[in-house]
Design a protein around this ligand. Structure first.
Ligand SMILES: [Zn+2]
Length: 280
Protein backbone atom coordinates (compact mmCIF):
# COMPACT_ATOMS: atom_id res chain seq x y z
CA UNK A 1 0.00 0.00 0.00
CA UNK A 2 1.26 3.47 -0.87
CA UNK A 3 -0.36 6.43 0.77
CA UNK A 4 0.37 10.16 0.98
CA UNK A 5 -0.74 11.57 4.31
CA UNK A 6 -1.08 15.19 5.29
CA UNK A 7 -0.62 15.98 8.97
CA UNK A 8 -3.83 17.70 10.16
CA UNK A 9 -1.78 19.71 12.66
CA UNK A 10 1.35 20.80 10.77
CA UNK A 11 0.30 20.36 7.13
CA UNK A 12 3.44 18.27 6.49
CA UNK A 13 3.12 15.51 3.90
CA UNK A 14 4.69 12.08 4.27
CA UNK A 15 4.68 9.05 2.01
CA UNK A 16 3.97 5.67 3.60
CA UNK A 17 4.82 2.56 1.62
CA UNK A 18 4.67 -0.80 3.35
CA UNK A 19 6.90 -2.36 0.67
CA UNK A 20 9.64 0.10 1.50
CA UNK A 21 12.95 -1.58 2.29
CA UNK A 22 13.05 -0.52 5.94
CA UNK A 23 9.82 -2.33 6.83
CA UNK A 24 9.97 -3.33 9.59
CA UNK A 25 12.35 -0.59 10.68
CA UNK A 26 15.95 -1.73 10.21
CA UNK A 27 17.51 -2.33 13.62
CA UNK A 28 20.53 -0.31 14.59
CA UNK A 29 23.13 -1.87 16.90
CA UNK A 30 22.14 -1.38 20.52
CA UNK A 31 24.33 0.90 22.55
CA UNK A 32 25.56 -0.29 25.89
CA UNK A 33 23.78 1.25 28.81
CA UNK A 34 25.70 2.82 31.66
CA UNK A 35 28.35 5.47 32.09
CA UNK A 36 30.44 5.95 28.92
CA UNK A 37 34.15 5.08 29.03
CA UNK A 38 35.11 8.52 27.75
CA UNK A 39 34.62 11.22 30.38
CA UNK A 40 31.12 12.58 29.82
CA UNK A 41 31.17 16.18 28.55
CA UNK A 42 28.20 17.27 30.70
CA UNK A 43 29.59 15.62 33.84
CA UNK A 44 32.82 17.60 33.40
CA UNK A 45 31.18 20.82 32.16
CA UNK A 46 33.14 23.76 33.56
CA UNK A 47 31.64 26.69 31.67
CA UNK A 48 29.56 29.57 33.02
CA UNK A 49 26.26 28.68 34.68
CA UNK A 50 23.03 30.69 34.21
CA UNK A 51 21.01 28.96 36.92
CA UNK A 52 20.91 25.90 39.13
CA UNK A 53 17.61 24.31 40.09
CA UNK A 54 18.29 21.43 42.46
CA UNK A 55 20.33 18.89 40.42
CA UNK A 56 19.63 20.78 37.20
CA UNK A 57 22.18 23.09 35.57
CA UNK A 58 21.25 25.74 32.99
CA UNK A 59 24.26 26.96 31.01
CA UNK A 60 24.89 28.81 27.77
CA UNK A 61 25.87 26.56 24.87
CA UNK A 62 29.66 26.94 24.44
CA UNK A 63 29.23 27.38 20.67
CA UNK A 64 25.86 29.10 20.55
CA UNK A 65 23.80 29.07 17.36
CA UNK A 66 22.27 32.40 18.43
CA UNK A 67 23.69 35.21 20.56
CA UNK A 68 21.93 37.56 22.96
CA UNK A 69 23.67 40.73 21.68
CA UNK A 70 22.40 42.69 18.71
CA UNK A 71 19.41 44.22 17.05
CA UNK A 72 16.96 41.74 15.57
CA UNK A 73 15.10 44.30 13.43
CA UNK A 74 15.01 43.10 9.83
CA UNK A 75 16.70 44.93 6.96
CA UNK A 76 16.11 44.32 3.27
CA UNK A 77 18.96 43.46 0.89
CA UNK A 78 18.30 42.79 -2.81
CA UNK A 79 14.63 42.35 -2.01
CA UNK A 80 15.32 39.74 0.66
CA UNK A 81 15.12 40.02 4.45
CA UNK A 82 18.06 39.64 6.79
CA UNK A 83 18.38 40.11 10.53
CA UNK A 84 21.02 39.49 13.17
CA UNK A 85 20.88 36.09 14.82
CA UNK A 86 19.74 37.46 18.16
CA UNK A 87 18.46 34.86 20.57
CA UNK A 88 19.49 32.31 23.15
CA UNK A 89 20.97 28.83 22.90
CA UNK A 90 21.20 27.13 26.28
CA UNK A 91 21.87 23.71 27.75
CA UNK A 92 19.66 22.22 30.46
CA UNK A 93 20.99 19.06 32.08
CA UNK A 94 20.91 17.17 35.37
CA UNK A 95 23.09 14.43 36.82
CA UNK A 96 24.40 11.65 34.58
CA UNK A 97 21.78 9.21 35.84
CA UNK A 98 19.03 11.76 36.39
CA UNK A 99 15.50 11.35 37.64
CA UNK A 100 13.78 11.33 34.26
CA UNK A 101 12.24 14.07 32.14
CA UNK A 102 10.17 15.71 34.92
CA UNK A 103 12.85 17.95 36.52
CA UNK A 104 14.42 18.68 33.12
CA UNK A 105 11.19 19.85 31.45
CA UNK A 106 10.26 21.88 34.55
CA UNK A 107 13.65 23.65 34.31
CA UNK A 108 13.21 24.27 30.56
CA UNK A 109 9.77 25.79 31.28
CA UNK A 110 11.24 28.06 33.95
CA UNK A 111 13.90 29.25 31.47
CA UNK A 112 11.30 29.93 28.76
CA UNK A 113 9.36 32.04 31.29
CA UNK A 114 12.54 34.02 32.07
CA UNK A 115 13.48 34.48 28.43
CA UNK A 116 9.98 35.74 27.56
CA UNK A 117 10.94 38.82 29.63
CA UNK A 118 13.23 39.85 26.73
CA UNK A 119 10.86 41.54 24.27
CA UNK A 120 13.15 40.67 21.34
CA UNK A 121 12.63 36.92 21.80
CA UNK A 122 9.51 35.48 20.22
CA UNK A 123 9.77 31.80 19.29
CA UNK A 124 10.91 28.97 21.59
CA UNK A 125 11.92 25.41 20.83
CA UNK A 126 13.98 22.69 22.50
CA UNK A 127 15.32 19.28 21.59
CA UNK A 128 17.58 16.57 22.83
CA UNK A 129 18.99 13.39 21.29
CA UNK A 130 18.32 10.54 23.70
CA UNK A 131 20.00 7.14 23.79
CA UNK A 132 20.19 4.51 26.53
CA UNK A 133 22.98 5.39 28.97
CA UNK A 134 23.65 8.83 27.44
CA UNK A 135 23.55 11.92 29.66
CA UNK A 136 20.21 13.71 29.15
CA UNK A 137 20.71 17.34 28.04
CA UNK A 138 18.14 19.60 26.41
CA UNK A 139 19.18 22.36 24.03
CA UNK A 140 16.86 25.35 24.33
CA UNK A 141 16.56 27.88 21.50
CA UNK A 142 14.91 31.29 21.70
CA UNK A 143 14.44 32.99 18.30
CA UNK A 144 13.83 36.63 17.33
CA UNK A 145 11.05 35.46 15.02
CA UNK A 146 7.82 33.66 15.71
CA UNK A 147 8.02 29.94 15.05
CA UNK A 148 5.16 28.29 13.28
CA UNK A 149 2.60 27.24 15.82
CA UNK A 150 -0.19 24.78 15.33
CA UNK A 151 -3.48 23.99 17.03
CA UNK A 152 -3.48 20.25 17.71
CA UNK A 153 -6.23 20.24 20.37
CA UNK A 154 -9.10 19.41 18.01
CA UNK A 155 -7.14 16.67 16.33
CA UNK A 156 -5.99 15.28 19.71
CA UNK A 157 -9.60 15.04 20.89
CA UNK A 158 -10.65 13.31 17.65
CA UNK A 159 -7.78 10.82 18.05
CA UNK A 160 -8.73 10.16 21.68
CA UNK A 161 -12.29 9.40 20.59
CA UNK A 162 -11.08 7.20 17.73
CA UNK A 163 -8.43 5.33 19.71
CA UNK A 164 -6.57 3.39 17.04
CA UNK A 165 -3.30 5.31 17.32
CA UNK A 166 -3.47 5.94 21.11
CA UNK A 167 -0.77 4.31 23.27
CA UNK A 168 -1.69 5.82 26.61
CA UNK A 169 -4.34 8.26 27.80
CA UNK A 170 -4.13 9.68 31.32
CA UNK A 171 -2.89 13.11 32.40
CA UNK A 172 -1.13 13.09 29.04
CA UNK A 173 -2.11 11.61 25.69
CA UNK A 174 0.54 9.47 23.96
CA UNK A 175 -0.14 8.53 20.37
CA UNK A 176 1.46 7.58 17.09
CA UNK A 177 1.70 10.58 14.74
CA UNK A 178 -0.90 10.47 11.96
CA UNK A 179 1.72 11.37 9.36
CA UNK A 180 4.97 10.02 10.85
CA UNK A 181 8.18 11.45 9.32
CA UNK A 182 10.11 8.42 10.61
CA UNK A 183 9.03 4.94 11.77
CA UNK A 184 7.48 4.98 15.27
CA UNK A 185 7.13 8.79 15.51
CA UNK A 186 5.25 9.35 18.79
CA UNK A 187 3.67 12.55 20.15
CA UNK A 188 2.92 13.22 23.82
CA UNK A 189 0.49 16.08 24.56
CA UNK A 190 -1.38 17.33 27.62
CA UNK A 191 -4.67 15.39 27.58
CA UNK A 192 -6.76 18.53 28.13
CA UNK A 193 -6.66 22.18 27.20
CA UNK A 194 -4.77 24.45 24.81
CA UNK A 195 -2.00 25.88 27.01
CA UNK A 196 1.45 26.79 25.81
CA UNK A 197 4.38 25.00 27.42
CA UNK A 198 5.42 27.36 30.22
CA UNK A 199 1.83 28.37 30.95
CA UNK A 200 0.39 24.90 31.43
CA UNK A 201 1.29 24.40 35.11
CA UNK A 202 3.68 22.03 36.91
CA UNK A 203 1.19 19.11 37.18
CA UNK A 204 0.63 19.08 33.42
CA UNK A 205 4.37 19.28 32.69
CA UNK A 206 4.98 16.43 35.17
CA UNK A 207 2.27 14.28 33.55
CA UNK A 208 3.67 14.81 30.04
CA UNK A 209 7.25 14.22 31.28
CA UNK A 210 6.28 10.91 32.93
CA UNK A 211 4.49 9.80 29.75
CA UNK A 212 7.60 10.76 27.71
CA UNK A 213 9.75 8.60 30.03
CA UNK A 214 7.43 5.62 29.46
CA UNK A 215 7.21 6.19 25.70
CA UNK A 216 10.99 6.54 25.43
CA UNK A 217 11.57 3.26 27.31
CA UNK A 218 9.10 1.44 25.07
CA UNK A 219 10.36 2.96 21.80
CA UNK A 220 13.98 2.36 22.73
CA UNK A 221 13.28 -1.38 22.92
CA UNK A 222 11.33 -1.28 19.64
CA UNK A 223 14.18 0.46 17.77
CA UNK A 224 16.88 -1.51 19.62
CA UNK A 225 18.68 1.37 21.23
CA UNK A 226 18.82 3.67 18.18
CA UNK A 227 19.01 7.36 19.17
CA UNK A 228 15.64 9.06 19.59
CA UNK A 229 15.27 12.81 19.10
CA UNK A 230 12.95 14.42 21.64
CA UNK A 231 11.51 17.67 20.31
CA UNK A 232 9.57 20.17 22.40
CA UNK A 233 7.10 21.94 20.09
CA UNK A 234 5.37 25.14 21.24
CA UNK A 235 1.75 24.93 20.13
CA UNK A 236 -1.67 25.17 21.70
CA UNK A 237 -1.25 22.82 23.43
CA UNK A 238 2.48 22.11 23.35
CA UNK A 239 3.84 18.61 22.79
CA UNK A 240 6.96 16.45 22.91
CA UNK A 241 7.65 14.53 19.71
CA UNK A 242 9.80 11.37 19.83
CA UNK A 243 11.58 10.68 16.53
CA UNK A 244 13.72 7.51 16.30
CA UNK A 245 16.76 8.10 14.06
CA UNK A 246 17.08 4.86 12.13
CA UNK A 247 18.40 6.21 8.83
CA UNK A 248 19.22 9.44 7.03
CA UNK A 249 16.95 11.07 4.44
CA UNK A 250 16.22 9.00 1.36
CA UNK A 251 16.48 10.13 -2.27
CA UNK A 252 12.69 10.61 -2.24
CA UNK A 253 12.93 13.06 0.65
CA UNK A 254 15.96 14.91 -0.75
CA UNK A 255 14.23 15.35 -4.13
CA UNK A 256 10.69 16.13 -2.99
CA UNK A 257 10.88 17.14 0.68
CA UNK A 258 8.48 14.27 1.41
CA UNK A 259 9.77 11.69 3.92
CA UNK A 260 9.18 8.05 2.99
CA UNK A 261 9.34 4.90 5.10
CA UNK A 262 7.52 1.65 5.59
CA UNK A 263 5.88 1.79 9.00
CA UNK A 264 2.21 2.83 9.14
CA UNK A 265 1.31 4.36 12.51
CA UNK A 266 -1.58 1.93 12.99
CA UNK A 267 0.85 -1.02 12.62
CA UNK A 268 3.31 0.69 14.99
CA UNK A 269 0.53 1.21 17.58
CA UNK A 270 -0.50 -2.45 17.39
CA UNK A 271 3.14 -3.56 17.65
CA UNK A 272 3.86 -1.36 20.70
CA UNK A 273 0.63 -2.37 22.47
CA UNK A 274 1.40 -6.08 21.84
CA UNK A 275 4.97 -5.66 23.08
CA UNK A 276 3.62 -4.10 26.28
CA UNK A 277 1.27 -7.04 26.84
CA UNK A 278 4.14 -9.52 26.39
CA UNK A 279 6.46 -7.74 28.84
CA UNK A 280 3.78 -7.47 31.55
ZN1 LIG B 1 27.41 12.65 32.23
Amino acid sequence: MRELRTCPVTGRVVLLNDHWVDAPAAPVAAREAGVPEEPCWYCTYAGPVIARMGDITVAPHPVPALGIEGDPRPTVVAGATRRQGVGAHELVFGLHKGRGEGPLLAAVAARVTDLRGDQRLRGFGASRRAAPGAHAAWQLFAMPTDLETSLPAGWRDAERAHGERILEDGGATTLLAWAPRVPFEVWVLPAQGHARFDRSGPEVIAAVAAAVDRAFAQLSVAVRGAPIDLVLVESEPWRVELLPRLAGPTAVEVATGVPVHGVFPEAAAHYLRDARRVTR
